[in-house]
Design a protein around this ligand. Structure first.
Ligand code: SF4
Length: 324
């Protein structure tokens, strides 16, 4: 059962602030609070979809969990190990089990390397197997990702966008990871290709049993693949719930606004689009109280003064809003 699955990744009160420098001496004059005190966990074989407008801290969350960027504070556990307490060697070993799929299949592949070199690079770097074995494993992996064995000698420019993303996925999979951060893996692709790649990512998960943190700015993209969904706004988690619960009973006004933009396949159902006023405020100078108050249609005096508590309102359904 879902609830009995073991927790693979646990994030506790994670913060990632980037210093803002200014003046003649380039002193720190403030901070961009890209990730501001978020907590969640991801179980084995589970997908957490992380959604929000660009600049809300989703990608920074993914990279800080992988320790590609250092945290400001908080804790990240992978299989009960605090990854920020690992030494260089332990971290290198752990990296084999935690992989990243990039958004842009054009710039994330080295144009001078063949598919064999790109996908087999990590096996070679970590001296996991011989040259001949690397060749066999690359062929096996690219086949699993929907490419043909003869593609192995080709260069990235010889492929379409969807095929390049398949190469990126094969590169992440070859080490047989337990956890993959997929950072907007389909947003650079044509709509017609997006569902093929999402289906592939889901099939691979069913087959290999790893977990995803699936990052997207679009709630309709994460719906198919996620088991639960978290909504971020200006570095904070404003709502998180199991997928069906979030799509059927969204509670936070920001989640409701995002959901109102998701197309419904049934033409007989009408949904009014909620248009948010104004732009996303700067994360270096976020609004007081509830960060969403400058755009919220239900704002009250309390919202401008007090930060709403992020709390569980139903089983596994968390929200940060004074109205609830
Ligand atoms: Fe809107 Fe207030 Fe809820 Fe924030 S706390 S989302 S401003 S109602």
């Amino acid at each position: 059962m879902e609830k009995d699955k073991e927790i693979l990744v646990k994030v506790e009160n994670l913060k990632k602030y980037f210093p803002v420098r200014g003046g003649f001496f380039q002193k720190t004059v403030g901070y961009v609070k890209a990730v501001d005190n978020i907590s969640f966990n991801i179980k084995k074989g589970e997908t957490l979809g992380l959604v929000g407008e660009s600049g809300c801290g989703k990608s920074t969350t993914g990279r800080t969990i992988l320790r590609l960027w250092n945290k400001t504070s908080g804790k990240v556990y992978f299989k009960d190990k605090d990854i920020y307490k690992l030494n260089k060697q332990e971290l290198r070993k752990l990296r084999l089990k935690m992989q990243l799929i990039f958004q842009d299949p054009y710039s994330s592949l080295n144009p001078r390397l063949t598919v064999n070199e790109i996908v087999g690079e990590s096996l070679k770097d970590h001296k996991i197997c011989s040259k001949a074995e690397i060749h066999d494993r690359v062929i096996e992996t690219i086949k699993t990702c929907g490419l043909a064995p003869y593609h192995i000698k080709r260069y990235p420019h010889e492929f379409s966008g969807g095929q390049r993303q398949r190469i990126g996925i094969a590169r992440a999979l070859i080490l047989n990871p337990d956890f993959i951060v997929a950072d907007e893996p389909v947003s650079a692709l044509d709509v017609s290709i997006q569902s093929q790649i999402i289906n592939l990512l889901q099939e691979l998960q069913d087959k290999m049993g790893f977990s995803y943190l699936f990052i997207s700015h679009d709630l309709s993209v994460v719906k198919h693949i996620s088991h639960k969904v978290g909504v971020m706004y200006l570095g904070s988690m404003v709502e998180m719930a199991p997928k069906d619960e979030l799509y059927k009973n969204p509670v936070h006004p920001y989640t409701k606004a995002l959901l109102s933009a998701v197309p419904i396949p049934d033409p007989t159902i009408r949904r009014d689009r909620i248009i948010l006023k104004g732009d996303l405020p700067s994360p270096s100078n976020p609004p007081s109280g509830c960060k969403f108050h400058t755009r919220c249609p239900y704002v009250t005096k309390k919202c401008k003064e007090q930060i709403p508590k992020y709390r569980e309102i139903d089983k596994d359904h968390f929200v940060a809003c004074h109205l609830v």
